[in-house]
Design a protein around this ligand. Structure first.
Ligand code: DLL
Length: 434
């Protein structure tokens, strides 16, 4: 067995609980003193830092929601002075505002450490050539994976996303053995590789570290068959850290959570009650070592369960099963997080259509597609049918710039979208992701 950090990955459960407790106590004190929003939340329920003596007291603390981050936009939840922040990342918010996170030097060090553990678990070595085809930029995928590769002393090809022909050339010519990208892009690449007449044996590729979106075991099998590699699942979210909050080991049966840095809980999303290992619910994280943007009991909205029992790999960290959806309506389209509310905001703000719309998502030839069907106003319908295409393009361009992905807009006749008597069903997602 190979580990990056055997001491931390394989310590006894008792030792880890002790470590988590010590780190939690310090964290709570730190956020109470430095983040007015947390101080307010704790004061409101009468909890003081000295009430938290260890992990057994975690449930005394309030949950943190995405709305807490939105309400303190952009930097209100940062726990260190800006001079200590060395990197900013951001992801989609539920409306116009992004969710902004900040990292200190030490946070980036911890992130690279977790990513290093994930890559080594996937079979990387200092001799590996690793192509990072996650997007570089505000999205955490590219830079997150990048520094893990450098940490283990392997060679990184910072390909970023897009330009598939060039990606394939680099995979082949550079002798890349490990690929990091979204699972849907891996499938797309596999097809394009086949179309280019390249045989599996011509590539040195042996493993892929895929995440940022939900995918099934069936998809894993398909990627493995088509590319002739082992496919590893990696999980993360900007609010907590980015890729490598949890990752598959060589067993590929559950993603080990980096529990010396994150405390994981599974809760009943309706009652907030903590569920025992094995039961499915919403995943909640507390970041016990983060300095710049620490979060207490952050509700991810992602649904999974802890796989009970020990992993044969020897790591003692608990494992999360493949994700089984979300408790909210966030969609992940080509790796980009999209909230239907963002689309609604754009439509209403532009005011050129009626407020009746439908979002259709599909996966065609391993490529996610998104169409927004929106009703024209009766006046527009009778007056300016000739302007249809111009208006569609205008809305599409605006959505494209807000969401960061291309969306096809189709104007439809007034009253043609089914009205609902209860909650409107705005999204029709034909992909089979769970
Ligand atoms: O997607 C971080 C990441 C980058 C993870 C690269 C793995 C690889 P966000 O853009 O903030 O961060 O999106 C986070 O994506 O709450 C999940 O809903 C979903 N997600 C991420 N990884 C997985 C996965 C990055 N392995 C949101 N399986 C999360 C299922 C995933 N869903």
């Amino acid at each position: 067995m190979t580990y990056w950090n055997e001491r931390c990955e394989c310590m006894s459960r008792d030792e880890r609980t002790q470590l988590q407790s010590e780190r939690l106590v310090k964290l709570v004190k730190r956020v109470y003193e430095n983040v007015p929003h947390y101080r307010g939340k704790m004061d409101a329920i009468g909890v003081k830092p000295e009430d938290i003596k260890g992990v057994e007291d975690l449930t005394k603390l309030p949950f943190t929601l995405k709305t807490d981050i939105r309400d303190t936009y952009p930097f209100g939840m940062f726990a260190t002075p800006m001079t200590d922040i060395v990197r900013i990342h951001a992801s989609s918010g539920t409306t116009g505002k992004q969710t902004v996170v900040g990292y200190t030097k030490n946070d980036l060090e911890v992130w690279a450490e977790c990513m290093a553990r994930s890559l080594i678990g996937a079979g990387a070595t200092a001799d590996s050539m690793i192509q990072v085809s996650y997007g570089y930029g505000l999205f955490t995928g590219g830079l997150g994976a990048h520094y893990g590769v450098e940490k283990i002393g392997a060679s990184v090809v910072p390909a970023s996303s897009g330009n598939t022909a060039r990606q394939i050339t680099m995979l082949k010519d550079f002798g890349v053995d490990i690929l990091c990208c979204t699972p849907s892009y891996a499938l797309y690449l596999a097809e394009e590789i086949a179309n280019a007449g390249i045989k599996k044996g011509e590539l040195k590729l042996k493993a892929g570290v895929f995440g940022a979106e939900p995918w099934t075991e069936e998809m894993r099998t398909e990627i493995q068959d088509k590319l002739g590699i082992k496919a590893f699942d990696i999980y993360g979210l900007s609010e907590i850290m980015g890729p490598s909050v949890a990752c598959d080991c060589e067993e590929r049966h559950g993603m080990h959570v980096q529990e010396d840095h994150f405390i994981v809980e599974i809760i009943n999303p309706d009652t907030g009650e903590v569920l025992p290992d094995g039961e499915k619910g919403e995943v909640v994280f507390t970041t016990i070592t983060k300095e710049g943007f620490p979060l207490i009991r952050y509700r991810t909205r992602d649904i999974s369960r802890i796989i009970p029992g020990d992993c044969p790999c020897g790591r003692t960290t608990r494992r999360l099963a493949k994700f089984q959806g979300r408790t909210d309506d966030m969609l992940i389209v080509r790796g980009v997080n999209v909230f239907p509310s963002q689309i609604e905001s754009v439509l209403l703000e532009m005011g050129e259509t009626a407020p009746h719309y439908e979002i259709l998502v599909d996966r065609i030839s391993n490529h996610d597609t998104m169409e927004v069907h929106v009703e024209m106003t009766p006046a527009f319908f009778s007056d300016s049918i000739k302007n249809l295409e111009i208006t569609e393009k205008k809305i599409s361009a605006r959505l494209n710039s807000v969401l960061g992905i291309s969306v096809k807009v189709v104007l439809v006749e007034p009253k043609s979208i089914e009205r609902s008597e209860g909650k409107a069903k705005r999204v029709i997602d034909k992909r089979k992701l769970h």
